[in-house]
Design a binder for this molecule. Structure first.
Ligand SMILES: Nc1ncnc2c1ncn2[C@@H]1O[C@H](COP(=O)(O)OP(=O)(O)OP(=O)(O)O)[C@@H](O)[C@H]1O
Ligand SMILES: [Mg+2]
Length: 159
């Protein structure tokens, strides 16, 4: 049986260990399928408010870009020698931007981590990974970070 063709893999990276684990998995898959790997970082949009001066706005945007570029450099280093790599930094709502870019680039697979940088640890999936899984135009692989594995319901220590 012929397998599905995977030519473009999109991995969403927020800089969290889980997203870098997702990036590692995305790199291996891209390499196996000889696909292009695009890593996408979505920086939070900076709302121009009454109390924010244009200079402060500019500084906040520069800082967000610098943080995003660092994350994308780590992703680039992971992909080096394994898969053709493109890094993208966008501003906006993460899930909306990830799904829009997947549609625009005709991605065959999106890879996200289970959780990200959020600190509210009440759910197995974060809001971005669940929204992407629900709204994506293609298949989504939700990568478990090693430390992010869900406790088994039958585990006596956790159940
Ligand atoms: N700003 C972002 N840019 C790119 N990818 C992101 C971004 N935010 C999240 N992701 C992707 O989604 C995965 C899950 O992160 P998510 O934000 O859903 O979880 P969380 O931060 O733990 O929870 P929440 O944000 O809902 O508090 C990350 O591992 C990453 O792959
Ligand atoms: Mg998050």
């Amino acid at each position: 049986m012929e397998g599905p063709s995977i030519a473009r893999v999109l991995v969403a990276v927020d800089g969290s260990p889980q997203s870098m684990e997702a990036c590692r998995l995305a790199t291996v898959l891209a390499s196996c399928y000889e696909a292009t790997l695009t890593a996408l970082h979505v920086a939070a949009p900076i709302q121009p408010g009454v109390s924010v001066s244009p200079a402060e706005y500019g500084r906040a945007e520069d800082a967000a870009k610098a943080r995003g570029s660092e994350v994308l450099e780590t992703a680039r280093a992971m992909a080096r020698g394994l898969a053709p790599y493109v890094g993208e930094l966008e501003f906006g709502d993460p899930a909306t931007v990830i799904c829009r870019r997947a549609r625009e680039m005709d991605a065959d697979l999106i890879v996200v981590g289970t959780r990200g940088l959020g600190t509210i640890d009440r759910l197995l999936l974060g809001s971005v990974s669940s929204a992407v899984a629900q709204r994506a135009p293609c298949s989504v692989l939700v990568a478990h970070g090693r430390e992010a594995a869900a406790p088994s319901p039958s585990d006596p220590k956790t159940g």
